[in-house]
Design a protein around this ligand. Structure first.
Ligand SMILES: NC(=O)C1=CN([C@@H]2O[C@H](COP(=O)(O)OP(=O)(O)OC[C@H]3O[C@@H](n4cnc5c(N)ncnc54)[C@H](OP(=O)(O)O)[C@@H]3O)[C@@H](O)[C@H]2O)C=CC1
Ligand SMILES: O=C([O-])CC(=O)C(=O)O
Length: 466
C-alpha cells in the first residue's frame, strides 16, 4: 500500500516525489495559511501502516494531507518497505511554543549531545546495529531517538505568532533539509487551539523577555496572560494525559497559571523547568571536587527558578558519598556554591549578551528523558511540580522544585529519603515566600480573585536579572 506521510525512516523508499509535487504542496500550504494559520502534514503513517483506517480512507486522507502538508512532509512513501524497523510505536505529538526563539532553535537542531550520548549508550543497546545504520549527522535530539527511542515516530507542532510566522516557516524548512529519520509530521501555526491538538507533550518556551525598566509585576501579568490562554487551549484540545514543561519565565508561576486554566489535565502533569539549575549545580560540585560531573547525583534544586532557588548540597552525593564528606569547605558550599548556581544565568548573560539557550535546550531534553526512563536506583531529579500533599511541609498550591523519581512512565513520585536541616529550611522558606508573593500577583489569572502585587524588583529575580 502506498501511503503518504512526513518522512520515511532511514533507508525506506520514497515513492512518487516529483519536484513539482513538492512545489504544489508548499504552495497549497501557503494558501491555507491566511485561513488556518496552520501548515501541517496530518497523516499518521504508523496507524496507516497497521491498516487503520482502511486503505480507501487512508488514500483519501493521504490526498488531503498532500494538499495541507508543509513541503517535503507530504511526500509519499511505502512504510512497509522499510526494512530497518518492523514495529513502529504510536506517534508522539510534541508541541513547542516560542518555536522560532533561541532555545527552540537549539532544541530542534542541536547535535553534539545526541552524538555523545549515543556513543555512551551504544554498548548496552540491542539496537546497536540499527543505530550504526542511522547516520549520526541526523541529529535532532528528539526526532533522532535521544528521548523516546529509535522506533518512535515524532510529530512536531510548532507555535509562533503573527510576528514570527515567517521565521517559523524557516524553522520548518530547516527541519525538512535535516532529513531526520523519525520526524513524520511538522505543522506550524499561531493558534494554540490548533497547534496543541492531541499534543502528548507541550514544551512551553515562548514568553516575553523582561525589558529594561519593566516591573516584575508587569512581566508576571504579560506572560501570565500567555500561559492562561495556553493552559485553556491545552485543556480543550491536548491529550488528557499531556505532559507540560513550562520554560518561559517566570516558569514556576507560569506553570501554576497553566494548571489553574487546565482543570481537566492532572496538575501532576505540569512541570516548571529547573533541570538547568540542577545541571549547573552538578557542574559546580564536580569542579570543586575535581571529578567528572557524572559522579554527582541526588542533586535537588528547591523552590523557584530565580535567584532564591536552593541548590541542596546536604542531600547531594559525589561518587555515592554525601557532598559534605567530599567537600569539607562548608563556607564554600553555603556561600560561593549557592550564589554561583543562583546567579549563573545572569553571569552567562553578561558573557553572551543573551540568556542561556543551548544548555537550556539540553536540560529540556534531560527533563523529558527523566520522565520516560526509570530513575537510576537511589537517585532523583529536580523538577518544579505542583505542591499538593508534599511530605516536606512546603506550602500547598504552588509550583515548587523538589526531588522526583520516575518509573519511566511519564509520571513521578516525590523522593522522601531527604534530610532537611535548619540552613536548608531557612532558604526553602525564603523561596517559598517568593512564590507565594508571585501567586498573589497573578490571582486574576488563576481564579483566586483580585491580584495584589507587592513585589519589589530585588525581591524576586530571574537568574538572568541579578
Ligand atoms: N526555565 C529555564 O531554565 C530558563 C528559561 N528561560 C526563559 O525561556 C524563555 C524563552 O527564551 P529564549 O528562547 O531565549 O527567548 P527568545 O526571545 O529567543 O524567544 C522567545 C519567544 O517567545 C515568544 N513570545 C511569546 N510572547 C511574546 C511576547 N509577548 N513578546 C515577545 N516575545 C514573545 C516569541 O515568539 P513568537 O513571536 O513566536 O511569539 C519568541 O520567539 C524566556 O522567558 C526565558 O527567560 C531561559 C533560560 C532558562
Ligand atoms: O533569566 C533568564 O531569562 C535566563 C534564565 O532563566 C536562566 O539562565 O536560568
Amino acid at each position: 500500500m502506498e501511503i503518504s506521510s512526513a518522512r520515511a525512516p532511514a533507508g525506506s523508499r520514497l515513492l512518487a516525489t516529483p519536484l513539482g509535487a513538492h512545489a504544489a504542496c508548499r504552495r497549497s500550504g501557503q494558501l491555507l495559511r491566511p485561513r488556518r494559520h496552520t501548515v501541517r502534514c496530518s497523516v499518521d503513517a504508523t496507524r496507516q501502516a497497521q491498516g487503520i483506517p482502511s486503505a480507501v480512507a487512508a488514500e483519501a486522507e493521504a490526498a488531503e494531507a498532500r494538499k495541507r502538508a508543509f513541503g517535503v512532509f507530504c511526500t509519499t512513501y511505502d512504510l512497509k518497505a522499510d526494512e530497518k524497523t518492523k514495529s513502529w510505536k504510536k506517534m508522539v505529538n510534541i508541541a513547542v511554543s516560542g518555536a522560532a526563539g533561541m532555545i527552540s532553535n537549539h532544541l530542534l537542531f542541536q547535535s553534539y549531545r545526541f552524538i555523545l550520548s549515543s556513543h555512551f549508550s551504544l554498548a548496552n543497546l540491542e539496537k546497536k546495529k540499527l543505530l550504526s545504520t542511522i547516520h549520526f549527522d541526523t541529529n535532532f535530539q528528539i526526532a533522532a531517538g535521544e528521548v523516546f527511542g529509535l522506533d518512535q515516530p515524532i510529530a512536531l507542532r510548532l507555535l509562533g505568532s503573527e510576528r514570527s510566522f515567517q521565521a517559523l516557516e524557516g524553522v520548518a524548512m530547516e527541519l525538512e533539509d535535516s532529513l531526520y529519520p523519525l520526524l513524520r509530521e511538522v505543522s506550524i501555526g499561531i493558534d494554540p487551539y490548533e497547534v496543541f491538538e492531541d499534543a502528548d507533550w507541550a514544551l512551553l518556551i515562548g514568553a516575553k523577555p523582561r525589558g529594561p525598566g519593566m516591573e516584575r509585576a508587569a512581566l508576571l501579568d504579560i506572560n501570565g496572560q500567555i500561559f492562561a490562554e495556553q493552559g485553556k487551549a491545552l485543556n480543550a484540545v491536548a491529550s488528557k494525559n499531556v505532559k507540560v514543561i513550562v520554560v518561559g519565565n517566570p516558569c514556576n508561576t507560569n506553570a501554576l497559571i497553566c494548571i489553574k486554566n487546565a482543570p481537566n489535565i492532572p496538575a501532576k502533569n505540569f512541570h516548571a523547568l529547573t533541570r538547568l539549575d540542577e545541571n549547573r549545580a552538578k557542574c559546580q560540585l564536580a569542579l570543586k571536587a575535581g571529578v567528572f560531573y557524572d559522579r554527582v547525583s541526588n542533586m535537588t534544586i528547591w523552590g523557584n527558578h530565580s535567584t532564591t532557588q536552593v541548590p541542596d548540597f546536604l542531600n547531594a552525593k559525589i561518587d555515592g558519598r554525601p557532598v559534605k564528606e567530599v567537600i569539607k569547605d562548608t563556607k564554600w558550599l553555603e556561600e560561593e556554591f549557592t550564589l554561583t548556581v543562583q546567579k549563573r544565568g545572569g553571569v552567562l548573560i553578561e558573557k553572551w549578551g543573551r540568556s542561556s539557550a543551548a544548555s537550556t535546550a539540553v536540560s529540556i531534553v534531560d527533563a523529558m528523558k527523566s520522565l520516560v526512563t526509570p530513575t537510576p536506583e537511589g537517585d532523583w531529579f529536580s523538577s518544579g511540580v505542583y505542591t499538593t500533599g508534599n511530605p516536606y511541609g512546603i506550602a500547598e498550591d504552588i509550583v515548587f522544585s523538589m526531588p522526583c523519581r520516575s518509573k519511566g512512565d511519564g509520571d513521578y513520585e516525590l523522593a522522601t529519603d531527604v534530610e532537611i536541616d535548619d540552613f536548608l529550611w531557612e532558604r526553602i522558606k525564603k523561596t517559598e515566600a517568593e512564590l507565594l508573593a508571585e501567586k498573589k500577583c497573578v490571582a486574576h489569572l488563576t481564579g483566586d480573585g483580585i491580584a495584589f502585587c507587592d513585589l519589589v524588583n530585588e525581591d524576586t529575580m530571574l537568574p538572568g536579572e541579578m
